[in-house]
Design a protein around this ligand. Structure first.
Ligand code: PMP
Ligand code: GLN
Length: 399
């Protein structure tokens, strides 16, 4: 069958997802994990743990399969998981969510983000404000939805936005302010002043706040403060999260959206034509996970804080300047003290020089801003302690 190129690659090409030769551009995560696999290097690039999540949750999935939870779930998700998400929002944040109207289960946070942006964006005049560097799917989805991406820079080393700059870019054209907190790739946790300003600007310009809180249980000096809990925010905020990071089960791809019923319905309207529903047995199992005792959630944060500190010490010993993350899997370093001027090239050489993979921050910025982040690299701390120690030793002995 002959498919005329214009018919199938117009949108993808516009989003920068396809090369002029018609090849799909791999994500930076796929590219760097392939590099790690090909070279045998320690993969501190793509953020996935090297230990699986709680046995009780994995057991619950096996049981769900054995007991017949194998056909399509209802459109909004398995009712028990919808209930568990609502209970979770109440238990940790005091947010009241009606599980039947104000929650939706998605195929990871990735689908939640895509469906949300496709649902909320009306056309090319709509703007989506993002904090740069930003998670890679944001720019792709904004482009696929046909809107304009408006990046607000986060500068080394604390990666908090300048409030005047933020105020200057939010306008009546702003449809969505997309906030990732704790933040990937920087590990930053936004200050209360930043959060307040986001809500103030969204109210003033009638924008919708979309939060990506996949690292909500990986805040080192907690508690995590969802934007939806701030005064004036809940009516205009869609909160997105996922089981992947909290339960070290990134391959289960089970996420959710909560927020005002009308907004959640708009997301559902799109989501049902993306995937219809996500896998049933994982949903049942994640319900059990979300109901685990407080000690589990506390240990998720404290374990990651300890790993992050260990990695930070190793990176400092290797000669990098190291930022101090407040949460997430990630630590950003400046490689300039090692004579690096182009972190992109440095990351491609790193497997050969040190047997370690990291990700250049330039992968998370618009092309015009690459210079601002030219020497920064992200390393992931979500690995076993011995792996982090070995990676640190290799980096310290780098050739
Ligand atoms: N948002 C951020 C900030 C992430 O780091 C990730 C990576 N897991 C996602 C969304 C995607 O989450 P999921 O795997 O649940 O789709
Ligand atoms: N969230 C992971 C990271 O930032 C990667 C997920 C993916 O590969 N899409 O490393």
């Amino acid at each position: 069958m002959h498919i005329p190129p214009g018919a199938w690659r117009r949108t993808a090409a516009g989003a920068g997802l396809i090369t002029p030769d018609g090849e799909a551009v791999p994500t930076i995560f796929a590219e760097m994990s392939a590099l790690a696999a090909a070279t045998g290097a320690i993969n501190l690039g793509q953020g996935f743990p090297d230990e699986d999540g709680p046995e009780v949750v994995r057991d619950a999935a096996r049981r769900a399969i054995a007991e017949g939870a194998n056909q399509y779930a209802p459109g909004r998700g398995v009712p028990d998981l919808l209930d568990a998400v609502a209970e979770h929002q109440q238990r940790f944040y005091g947010l009241t969510v009606d599980p039947a109207r104000e929650a939706l289960i998605t195929v990871g946070a990735t689908e939640a983000l895509a469906a949300t942006l496709l649902a909320l964006i009306d056309g090319p005049d709509d703007e989506v404000v993002v904090f740069e560097p930003f998670y890679d799917s944001y720019a792709a989805c904004v482009a696929l939805a046909g809107a304009k991406l408006v990046p607000v820079p986060l500068a080394w080393p604390d990666f908090q936005p300048d409030l005047d700059v933020l105020a200057s870019v939010v306008s009546d054209r702003t449809r969505v302010i997309l906030v990732n907190d704790p933040h990937n790739p920087t590990g930053t946790v936004f200050t209360r002043a930043v959060q307040d300003e986001i809500v103030r600007l969204a109210e003033r310009h009638e924008a919708i706040i979309v939060t990506d809180e996949v690292y909500e249980h990986l805040v080192f000096d907690g508690p995590h403060v969802p934007l939806a809990t701030l005064p004036g925010a809940s009516d205009r905020t869609l909160s997105i999260s996922s089981a992947g990071k909290t339960f070290s089960l990134t391959g289960w791809k089970t996420g959710w959206v909560t927020g005002p019923a009308a907004l959640v319905s708009a997301v559902m309207a799109v989501k049902q034509f993306l995937t219809y529903v996500g896998p049933t047995p994982f949903q049942s199992a994640i319900a059990a996970g979300l109901r685990m005792p407080d000690e589990f959630f506390a240990s998720v944060a404290s374990t990651m804080a300890a790993k992050s500190a260990l990695l930070g010490t190793g990176l400092r010993a290797a000669g990098f300047d190291v930022s101090t993350p407040g949460g997430s899997y990630f630590t950003v370093v400046d490689a300039a003290p090692l004579g690096v001027t182009d972190a992109d090239a440095f990351c491609r050489e790193l497997p050969a020089r040190a047997g370690v993979v990291g990700i250049p921050i330039t992968a998370f910025v618009v092309p015009e801003h690459r210079d601002r982040y030219a020497t920064l690299v992200r390393f992931a701390a979500c690995k076993r302690v011995e792996v982090l120690s070995e990676a640190s030793a290799r980096l310290a002995g780098m050739g």
